[in-house]
Design a protein around this ligand. Sequence first.
Ligand code: CTP
Length: 396
Amino acid sequence: MLKNRQVLLGVSGGIAAYKICELVRLLIRAGAKVQVVMTENAARFVNPLTFETLSQKPVHIRMFDSGTGPLKHIELADKAELLAIAPATADIIGKIANGVADDLLSTLYLATKAKVLVCPAMNVNMYEHPAVQDNLINLKSRGVMVLEPDSGELACGWEGKGRLPEPEVILEACEYAVVEKDFSGKMFMITAGPTREAIDPVRFISNRSSGKMGYALSRAAKARGAEVILISGPTNLRAPLGVKLVRVENAEQMMKACAKYSQDADVIIKAAAVADFTPRIKAGAKIKKEKGAPVLEFTRTPDILGELGSRKRKDQFLVGFAAETEDLVKNAQKKLKEKNLDLIVANDVSKKGAGFDVDTNIATILPRAGRTEYLPKLTKLELSYKILDKIIKLFP
Ligand code: CTP
């Protein structure tokens, strides 16, 4: 995670610099220590005072400003754990790819041993120019992480690739760049969201799950180096960077997707709120009200987690969730045993700040062997990291 990480944020002179104001807020909210460095051109787009106010720190622009000492660049470079350049113009990309150090930001790139993230943003023709592409290939070959720009309408009026991704995406890339890859080589299958069980072509039965917990887990597992397949019911969420998203609608489809992808998975986490019942008959045409109020009959859906538990291999680690409104620990322990899990995360969904459609959760982690851990209210991302910490201890 980004908590207490030293982020050196290099802003170069493109119109997308305005988006970085929001990025600074997000980084600070994530607990990062942010030092902004701007090029002289960037300071023409956004007033340095804006960044100083948001980061609560002086912004550095020139190499030899009086009062800051001649070795400021070395001090900044040594302290950084991540140098994130966003937006990165064709100019700064060209300089750092070719070892030119004629201003503070390009000098910092040469001086730092930190991880480097470059977020290009420019006109589509500039971005696609072989000179820029060659420079990016060159940077990538040196281990620099490059966040692909988005496609769409550009500030210059052109349509195409070159738009700086939204601040939330850059934040995620920063997290990915600094987090230790302790799950590298492992394959995760994670499920998320609700399922929708059709009544007729326009109506369905569902539940309040937003998918936030499963998406946060996928983001954290990816940041920690795992390959992640996220099987998701219908949600409004963006897939985390680098995660393979498989969309499903109902319990039956989720079951099929899980059967397919679980075979290669080392770790399976079932955070989805799967419907337990589905209408016995799904009407082929819209049910008309003239026919009177329908009486729905339900049948049980497959218990996917139970199935996965019964087929679990010795080299697989299976994690379930228990959404409860009473007898939390007792019910969770029962599910842990009955479904042959290695770990269960229980939460009282009736509590404020826990459960469905909120950004936080209050969870209790119960391993098959070992101590039950009662956690305070955490963001779903913080909780995800705690769950992964537990998994790595039990399943090295
Ligand atoms: N689950 C599943 N398939 C189902 C129902 C639940 O895989 N048809 C999984 C959920 O993804 C979760 C775990 O089982 O990881 C527990 O879900 P929960 O709704 O808390 O419990 P249920 O097993 O449905 O039991 P109950 O309804 O009695 O609480």
